[in-house]
Design a protein around this ligand. Structure first.
Ligand SMILES: NC(=O)c1ccc[n+]([C@@H]2O[C@H](COP(=O)([O-])OP(=O)(O)OC[C@H]3O[C@@H](n4cnc5c(N)ncnc54)[C@H](OP(=O)(O)O)[C@@H]3O)[C@@H](O)[C@H]2O)c1
Length: 319
C-alpha cells in the first residue's frame, strides 16, 4: 500500500483530547486532502461511531481517500472502556457497522486496536482475511503488537502495516519491532509523534484537562514527570529556533527521517495545527541536527510510561 508521506489521524476530533469543533474538524480534513494527504485514520470506538460519521460527512462529494479503521475496543454508554473483542463473529459485526457509518463499500486498512487476550491473533486476522477475499477490506493492519504477534499474523495473511506509537519520546520499537516489520516488508504508521501534544512546543503545564481527556490519566503529563518532559521540549526548542522551524515540525521531521516505510499520523484537529505539521515535510535534518536532537532527547529520557498501568497491560508491544 502506498500513501502520502503523512496521514491524518482523526481521533481527537471525536474523543480523548477534550472538546473539538465539528466544523473546524471537517475543514481540517478538507485542508489535509487538498494538501495531498491520502490517508485518514480512525477507529469505530472513537466517540462510539462519531468519528466514522464525521469522516463520512467530510467526504461528501469528494474523492475518497484511503481510510484506516481500528476495531475491537468496547465502550459503555458513559464512554467507559470495557475491553477488546477479536472473535471472528465480532469482526464481521464491527465491519458491517463501520461500512455503513463511513458510507463506503470497502475499508482500505482494517485492524484490531489491541489484541484480545481470549482470542488467538490467527483467528482475528483470519476473519479479516475473509473480508479481504469478499472485497470489504483491502489490506490488513496491526496495532500495538510485538514482533512475535507480527510474525504469527503475517503467516495467516500478509500484513500491510503496523500502527504503533513512535516519537522522540517513545522509541521502544527500534530494537525488535521495527526490524521485524522491515524483514517482512510491513510498513509502520506512527502515532503519538508529538507525544499527544507534549512534544508539540505548545503544551502549557497549566492546561486544564477534563476527565475524558486521555492526558489527565497519562503518566507523562503528571506532576514532576511533566516538568521533566517539558524540559526536554525546551532543549529541542533551542535546536528548532536555530533552524527557523517549530518544535512540532522538528519532532515530525525526525520521525519522517527514520525511513520511507514510516508514515507519521498527525493528530491535528485544527487547520493551523495541520499547516504547521505539513511544514515538517520541508524540513531536512543534517547529521549535526540529528546528533543535537539525540543529545537533547536521548532514547529513554522521557519521564513516565506512555500509558497508565491498566492500559499498559493491553499492549502486546510492551511484553
Ligand atoms: N493505534 C493506536 O493505538 C492509536 C493510539 C492513539 C492514536 N492513534 C491514531 O494516531 C493519530 C495521531 O495520534 P495523536 O493524536 O495521539 O498524535 P499526536 O500528533 O502526538 O498528538 C496530537 C495532539 O498534539 C497537539 N498538537 C499541537 N501541535 C500540533 C500540530 N502542529 N499538529 C498536530 N497536533 C498538534 C494537538 O493539539 P490540540 O490539543 O491543540 O488539538 C493534539 O492534542 C490519532 O488521531 C489516531 O488516529 C492510534
Amino acid at each position: 500500500m502506498q500513501t502520502s508521506a503523512l496521514g491524518l489521524g482523526c481521533m481527537g476530533m471525536s474523543d480523548l483530547y477534550g472538546p473539538a469543533d465539528e466544523n473546524e474538524s471537517i475543514a481540517t480534513i478538507h485542508a489535509a486532502l487538498d494538501a495531498g494527504v491520502t490517508l485518514l485514520d480512525t477507529g469505530d470506538f472513537y466517540g462510539m461511531g462519531h468519528n466514522e460519521m464525521l469522516i463520512a460527512k467530510a467526504l461528501e462529494g469528494r474523492e475518497r481517500p484511503q481510510i484506516s479503521v481500528k476495531f475491537g475496543g468496547l465502550r459503555g454508554p458513559d464512554g467507559a472502556w470495557l475491553g477488546y473483542d477479536g472473535r471472528p463473529i465480532a469482526v464481521r459485526n464491527f465491519v458491517a457497522y463501520s461500512l455503513r457509518r463511513l458510507r463506503t463499500d470497502h475499508i482500505d486498512v482494517y485492524r484490531i486496536a489491541r489484541v484480545d487476550p481470549e482470542v488467538p491473533i490467527e483467528e482475528t486476522v483470519g476473519a479479516i482475511a475473509d473480508l479481504v477475499r469478499e472485497g470489504y477490506v483491502r489490506h490488513i493492519g496491526l496495532s500495538e503488537v510485538g514482533a512475535e504477534t507480527i510474525r504469527r499474523a503475517h503467516a495467516v495473511h500478509p500484513v500491510s502495516d503496523l500502527q504503533i506509537e513512535y516519537s522522540l519520546m517513545s522509541r521502544g520499537i527500534e530494537e525488535e519491532i521495527l526490524p521485524a516489520c522491515r524483514e517482512l516488508g510491513i510498513g509502520v504508521t506512527a502515532y503519538g509523534v508529538l507525544s499527544r501534544g507534549l512534544l508539540s512546543g505548545h503544551w502549557l503545564p497549566e492546561r486544564e484537562l477534563g476527565a475524558g481527556d486521555f492526558r489527565a490519566h497519562s503518566p507523562r503529563f503528571a506532576g514532576t514527570n511533566l516538568e521533566r518532559n517539558l524540559a526536554l521540549v525546551e532543549a529541542l526548542r533551542t535546536i528548532a529556533d536555530g533552524k527557523g522551524v517549530t518544535v512540532a515540525q522538528l519532532a515530525i521531521a525526525w520521525v519522517l527521517g527514520r525511513g520511507d516505510d514510516i508514515v507519521p499520523l498527525i493528530g491535528a484537529r485544527r487547520r493551523d495545527r495541520l499547516q504547521e505539521a505539513l511544514g515538517a515535510l520541508d524540513v531536512s535534518l543534517t547529521e549535526a541536527d540529528l546528533a543535537a536532537i539525540e543529545a537533547a532527547v536521548p532514547a529513554g529520557s522521557a519521564a513516565g510510561d506512555r500509558y497508565a498501568p491498566a492500559q499498559m497491560a493491553h499492549l502486546d508491544s510492551e511484553r
